[in-house]
Design a protein around this ligand. Structure first.
Ligand SMILES: [Zn+2]
Ligand SMILES: [Zn+2]
Length: 391
């Protein structure tokens, strides 16, 4: 089959690889009908995620049609249309029983668990197409995908919904929704959101769905700000305005009730003096991440407000203003999304027409155009906000 494979920094190729096979009775194989390139794939593309191996298959936002099921899998049958959550979860372990599916104790295999534990103190769940720290599973930017624990994770697509309407249930819609959910939104609340990429866009719409009165959306890419503004959000361009000053002005000097960091580790190094220093630290191996957005979100959050973090960080963050956070009583919420926990409610919202997540798609292509589109997406060229590939 054809698949997008990783061969080093900025080197993604579309090449022929062996077809996946059933390895466990609970597995299923799907024929991929649509998959997407995610902002967190760019961390791999940019070579900053450790423990990728040459030839690893990329991708964790995938859906398709079941073509084969393992002997112990009675939930799926050939021909079912399913969306595959990016977090792999067994559905039975200590964490899965509590709904913390992105911390499944079984899906990250022993060797990866050991490495993750060394780095983070313990191991989260395995993920599709996301390094050998997290299982080294083949990803779904391919013609076929093996889905482990397929009798638990995938959600069947009801008749009448298109691939594009449901594909983002695999990651960015639940992730953006969780970001807003973490904010415990009350009537009259103002939610500030850094990053108007695909997850940020989902977070903006989710914040309104959950009752926010005002959303302040922060980015610098014109087409992203336009898309954010179309929801009624107040848009701020950090290259043009002082974000802290503007948020204080908009909130009577109190700050936003909750602040969402939908940027993560690769904050724009030209955004401020501290992000320039972060870039130097990362380049000289004196730091692992560029947490400029997180620092600013903390300062812009009102006393006893919530900072919700869904942008991905990898390691040890420098100069986080904990003095500000503790003296002003901030709450921090963050996670890799336990996707399965959100799927039923979000599928229902799509079915009811409350949201159509396909609004974010700007580019559609075949797999062979994938390598070029990684670059287009990363460089934010051609108005690119979200790429969907149809193998
Ligand atoms: Zn993703
Ligand atoms: Zn589990």
């Amino acid at each position: 089959m054809k698949a997008l494979t990783w061969h080093g920094k900025h080197d993604i190729r579309c090449e022929s690889v062996p077809d996946p096979v059933i390895e466990d009775g609970r597995d299923a194989i799907i024929k991929v009908t649509a998959c997407a390139i995610c902002g967190s794939d760019l961390h791999i593309y940019d070579g900053i995620m450790p423990d990728m191996h040459g030839g690893d298959i990329m991708g964790h936002e995938t859906m398709g049609e079941v073509v084969e099921v393992g002997r112990d899998n009675s939930k799926l049958k050939v021909g079912d249309r399913v969306v595959i959550p990016f977090t792999i979860a067994c559905g039975q372990c200590f964490f899965c029983q509590r709904g913390f599916f992105s911390a499944c104790e079984r899906s990250n295999p022993e060797r990866s668990r050991q490495k993750a534990t060394k780095m983070w103190g313990n191991s989260p769940a395995g993920l599709f197409g996301y390094t050998h720290l997290l299982g080294g599973y083949s990803g779904g930017q391919a013609e076929y995908l093996r889905v482990p624990y397929a009798d638990f994770g995938p959600i069947k697509v009801p008749d009448g919904l298109t691939d594009e309407q449901v594909l983002f249930l695999s990651d960015i819609f639940p992730t953006g929704y969780m970001a807003a959910d973490f904010c415990n939104i009350q009537q009259g609340d103002t939610i500030a959101i850094w990053g108007c990429g695909p997850v940020g866009q989902m977070a903006i719409r989710s914040a309104f769905l959950l009752g926010a009165e005002r959303v302040i959306a922060i980015d610098s890419v014109p087409e992203r700000l336009v898309l954010a503004g179309a929801t009624g959000a107040i848009t701020l361009d950090y290259r043009e305005e002082d974000i802290y000053e503007r948020i204080m002005e908009l909130t009577k000097g109190r700050g936003a009730d909750a602040c969402i960091d939908a940027v993560g580790t690769e904050a724009d190094p030209s955004a401020s003096w501290d992000s320039r220093i972060d870039r130097i630290k990362v380049a000289t191996f004196m730091g692992t991440d560029r947490p400029h957005v997180l620092r600013q979100a903390i300062h812009c959050c009102r006393n006893f407000g919530t900072v919700s973090i869904v942008g991905v960080y990898g390691g040890f963050l420098d100069k986080i203003p904990m003095g500000s956070a503790i003296n002003r009583g901030l709450t921090f919420r963050m996670a890799q999304t336990p996707v399965q926990a959100y799927l039923p409610v979000l599928m229902e919202r799509i079915q009811k027409g409350e949201i159509d997540p396909s609004f974010v798609i700007t580019h559609r292509a075949g797999l062979e155009d994938g390598p070029e589109l990684y670059k287009t997406f990363r460089d934010k060229k051609e108005g690119c906000i979200k790429v969907v590939l149809k193998p």
